[in-house]
Structure formats: structure tokens, C-alpha cells
Design a protein around this ligand. Structure first.
Ligand code: GLU
Length: 381
């Protein structure tokens, strides 16, 4: 089916290069809280194979609390927060150990990443989280992500891994999010209450009215129900990222989705210009300073999508630190804004310096060779 914004679902899926896959607690465990090795093994096999095809994959997994609860000896998920955090601390280690060993069988290394809300809201932490995830992908390592449930509580928590996975997809600039869970997709009404509920194969244009179909909480062991999945879809669709919800128990579910078969519900993303994706993070924040660049640098940024290198910088103004949002000006005009890797004091030492001379200019081995990486640069013209 071809629709509104261009290519068919299949064509869009076949073009995906970087995907985030989210699995819920109810998919990776049995009702008694013990791990479902059969599912985890199939998941690892399919993910490793997709990576062998050249697709970059990030796995977001729940289960820390769910797995930790029976290990510690609790009969059910405790409501006392420190116990829940303790369960997460135990369960997260256990879970990673299992993933590590299973992915190793398929020749893959994994890297554990535990995030909290601040990593998506604070520009500096966003920049570091993004750089780290890009590095893991570039190095061929599978990032395995969860919320840092052992230390995060309430206001610093995202709270559910559906929203976390959409946030990760946007930080990592993914082009598809696949949420695998115990539901087959989005229905036109609640399938557990209405026998005639019908699965919606494709949502072409996201609307808040969809939330009306999403009543009810998740399962006893998981956190999110359809509501949080729709929240995730909303984030993805508005960030230009397609999303699929499918039942994890479907045989070969990832292969089938990635081969373009209609499985579950496909949410078609809006056409979002890559620059617009950065807009929310960069435009909303306070500008802490300015760097001035020469015409060559300005041309490279405006016409060739380059990063800002020290060699093109002629001066700096304001009191900014690494991780702050700064403005980039050339000949009296603001050409871009972005997140700086260096403080003003360091930028002044770097003016006009060639990349190979950065360590001498700074007096230390710099962690970056760009002042603003193009991933963190919003071009204004
Ligand atoms: N982060 C939680 C865990 O690993 C799960 C949150 C969720 O299921 O959405 O146990």
C-alpha cells in the first residue's frame, strides 16, 4: 500500500539502517518471573543476523526489576522503593550476564547503558549519551539499554521503557523503533474486552484520538500498557522515526518485520527534516556564548554539512563550558547553533589551529577533534 507521504511500508522498512528494538519484561520472562531463554535466544539470533546484514541495532530491554524480584526471594514486586531498587540492582546484573553470554555465542559484544530522564533533557548529558551510543554502533558493539532503576526514582525517572526506547531512538538518530510485547499491536478497541476488536495494520497519520483505544495498564510483571506504547509512537512519529508494535511470541518476528511483512501495527513517521530533529534540544535552551568563524568554515557548514573545526574559528565571546549551547556567527550573521565540546577558554586556545595540533594548543589530549560535531549542530539558513 502506497500512501500519503511517499513510499509503501515495505519500501520504507527495507531502507532502514539503524533500528532500536524494545523488549518488555513479559516477553523475556515467564509468569513465574524466570527468564524465557527460548525467546531470548531467538531474539539474540535474529538481532545478530540483522547486524550481519549491516543494520545497526540498539536493544532496549526491561526486566531488571522483574528478574531481580524472585532472585532476592520476594513473592511479588515490592512497593517499598528501596526494595524495588535493590531488585533492579540484582536483576540488571543477572540480565546483562545472560545477554552477554547469549550474544557471545553469535560472535557479538554487548555494552550496558543505563539511562535516566536527565540524559535526554540536559544538553550536555544528551551530547555525551549520543556520542557514546554512536561510538558503540561504529565499533560494532550492541548497546543494551535500560533505565537506571537502581538509582533513579520518581522525578528523575522516565518510568517506562516504551518511552525510554522512543527517547533512545531519537538520541541515536535511529530510523525505526520496534516494540515487541505481549500484545499483537494496536486494536480499534480493547481486545481483552471486545471479541470483535480488530488489529490496525498501519497508522498513517498519528492523532491523539488513538489514545482512546488504549485503556488499561500493562501486565503484572511489566510496566507499560498500550498507553505508553502510543506515547512512544507519538515521540517517534513527530521525530521522523517509523515505529512497529508486534507480539514478541510471533515466530521469527524480527526477520518478518525487517523483510517488510505486515506484522502488528506500523506507525508511519512524519517527514521531518534532519535539522528539525535537533531543533527541540537546541532552540529551546539558553545560549551561553558565541563563536565566530571564517567564510571557509561557514561555507562548509552551510553547504557541505560539516562540523565546526578549530581551524575555522576566529574568536569567542560569552562564558560557556563544554556541553553548553552556543551560537555560531560569521560576518555579523548567526549561521548555526549547537552543543560545544569545549569551554570558551579552550576555544580561544584553539582558534585557527589545525586538527593535528589540538593537543599542543590545549596542553592535554583532547577528547574531541571538533568544537561542535555536526550531529549536535543546527544550521539556521
Ligand atoms: N526499567 C524497568 C525494568 O527493567 C522496566 C520498565 C518497563 O517495563 O517499562 O524492570
Amino acid at each position: 500500500m502506497s500512501s500519503r507521504n511517499g513510499a509503501s511500508m515495505k519500501e520504507r522498512i527495507l531502507g532502514k539502517k539503524k533500528i532500536v528494538i524494545k523488549v518488555g519484561t513479559s516477553s523475556i520472562t515467564y509468569d513465574n518471573g524466570k527468564l524465557n531463554f527460548r525467546f531470548i535466544d531467538q531474539l539474540a539470533r535474529q538481532i545478530s543476523d540483522l547486524m550481519n546484514r549491516g543494520i545497526q541495532v540498539i536493544l532496549v530491554t526491561s526486566g531488571a526489576i522483574g528478574v531481580g524480584v524472585p532472585i532476592i526471594g520476594f513473592k511479588e514486586k515490592p512497593s517499598y522503593l528501596p526494595y524495588k531498587q535493590a531488585a533492579a540492582a540484582v536483576g540488571q546484573g543477572f540480565l546483562m550476564n545472560v545477554y552477554e553470554r547469549i550474544f557471545h555465542e553469535y560472535g557479538r559484544h554487548v555494552g550496558q547503558v543505563l539511562l535516566t530522564k536527565g540524559d535526554s533533557l540536559n544538553p550536555k548529558r544528551y551530547m555525551y549519551a549520543r556520542g557514546m551510543m554512536m561510538a558503540l554502533l561504529e565499533l560494532g558493539v550492541l548497546p543494551i539499554i535500560n533505565e537506571n532503576d537502581a538509582v533513579a526514582a520518581d522525578e528523575i525517572k522516565i518510568g517506562d521503557n516504551d518511552t525510554l526506547s522512543a527517547t533512545v531512538a531519537s538520541i541515536a538518530d535511529a530510523d525505526l523503533l520496534i516494540i515487541l510485547s505481549d500484545v499483537a499491536g494496536l486494536y480499534d478497541k480493547n481486545p481483552s474486552r471486545y471479541a470483535d476488536a480488530r488489529l490496525i495494520p498501519e497508522v498513517d497519520s498519528f492523532s491523539r484520538a488513538l489514545f482512546r483505544t488504549a485503556e488499561g495498564p500493562g501486565t503484572a510483571r511489566g510496566t507499560g500498557g498500550m498507553y505508553t506504547k502510543l506515547l512512544a509512537a507519538e515521540i517517534c512519529v513527530h521525530s521522523g522515526i517509523d515505529m512497529v508494535i508486534a507480539r514478541s511470541a510471533e515466530p521469527q518476528v524480527l526477520y518478518r518485520i525487517m523483510d517488510g511483512e505486515s506484522v502488528g501495527t506500523f506507525f508511519r513517521a512524519e517527514d521531518v527534516h534532519p535539522q528539525m530533529k535537533k531543533r527541540k534540544m537546541i532552540i529551546g535552551a539558553d545560549i551561553k556564548g558565541t563563536i565566530f568563524v571564517d567564510q571557509g568554515c561557514s561555507d562548509a557548514v552551510l553547504h557541505r554539512g560539516s562540523s565546526i573545526l578549530p581551524v575555522g574559528i576566529t574568536g569567542a565571546d560569552g562564558d560557556f563550558q563544554d556541553g553548553d549551547i552556543i551560537s555560531v556567527r560569521c560576518g555579523g550573521e548567526e549561521i548555526a547553533r549547537g552543543i560545544t565540546h569545549f569551554s570558551r577558554a579552550d576555544v580561544e586556545k584553539l582558534c585557527g589551529v589545525h586538527t593535528s595540533e589540538i593537543p599542543q594548543a590545549l596542553g592535554y589530549a583532547a577528547p574531541y577533534d571538533t568544537v561542535i560535531h555536526r550531529d549536535n549542530l543546527l544550521v539556521l539558513h
